[in-house]
Design a protein around this ligand. Structure first.
Ligand SMILES: [Zn+2]
Length: 232
């Protein structure tokens, strides 16, 4: 019974090699990293859009406030021409000074906001350029990766066919247990017990588990998740 699964596992190693060759290929890595960048771009641009809208509103607010103060300043300056009361004149002059100072502050604030807006514009341009490069990298490597996949297709199909035949000889429940672990990228899966330790991770097995093995059962190692059996 166990021999059939061992035979399956031996052939399965070839399939595993192909899978590793594909998933570890430079083509796939480059295509994936480009894809990841492109997927992140949208979120990035949305964030920049939101910030740009905020800044534009703040800029408009600052310039509008500045305009209002300038109007006040002009009105007071006009009024000064007709005033003669010295006290009142000095009060209004002080007021004008204050207004000028506030206008200056607002101007500086608006200039700072504008600077940040310009920086965002630059960032937009950078993102656009980088996206173009990433898109080209993705296209090129996705194509190469597909070619690589095609190049091993025949070999892969032959192995899968062989595995399908071998599968028929394995007890179905045991096969399912094997395939579930295999889907989680565990390989090799089936190990013989060594003395009273797991043949894969060396965990000591309790007596109850050892008894199961002696009864011909295949058990799951609690520590490494491999399937363990007792070889005769
Ligand atoms: Zn183990």
């Amino acid at each position: 019974m166990i021999q059939a699964l061992l035979d399956y596992q031996t052939v399965d190693a070839k399939l595993r090699e192909i899978e590793k060759k594909l998933s570890g290929s430079e083509e796939r890595k480059k295509a994936m990293s480009a894809k990841k960048y492109l997927e992140g771009v949208e979120e990035n641009v949305n964030k920049l859009d939101a910030r740009a809208a905020e800044l534009t509103a703040a800029y408009e607010q600052a310039t509008a406030a500045q305009l209002k103060l300038k109007e006040q300043e002009a009105a007071i300056t006009d009024a000064l021409d007709t005033l003669e009361d010295e006290k009142e004149v000095s009060y209004l002059l002080k007021k004008v000074e204050e207004l000028i100072s506030k206008i200056k502050t607002l101007g500086a604030k608006a200039a700072k906001i504008d600077e940040e807006i310009q920086a965002i514009m630059k960032e937009y341009a950078t993102i656009k350029a980088k996206s173009k490069v990433a898109q080209a990298q993705y296209n090129e490597n996705a194509k190469k990766y597909n070619e690589l996949k095609d190049s091993v297709k025949g070999e892969k199909e032959a192995i899968e066919k062989e595995l399908a035949t071998l599968k028929g000889k394995v007890e179905p429940t045991l096969m399912d247990r094997y395939l579930k672990k295999r889907a989680n990228k565990i390989y090799p899966i089936l190990y013989a017990v060594r003395g009273n330790v797991c043949g894969a991770c060396n965990m000591e097995l309790p007596m109850s588990e050892m008894n199961k093995l002696k009864n011909g059962e295949v058990i799951d190692c609690d520590q490494c998740g491999r399937l363990i059996y007792l070889s005769k």
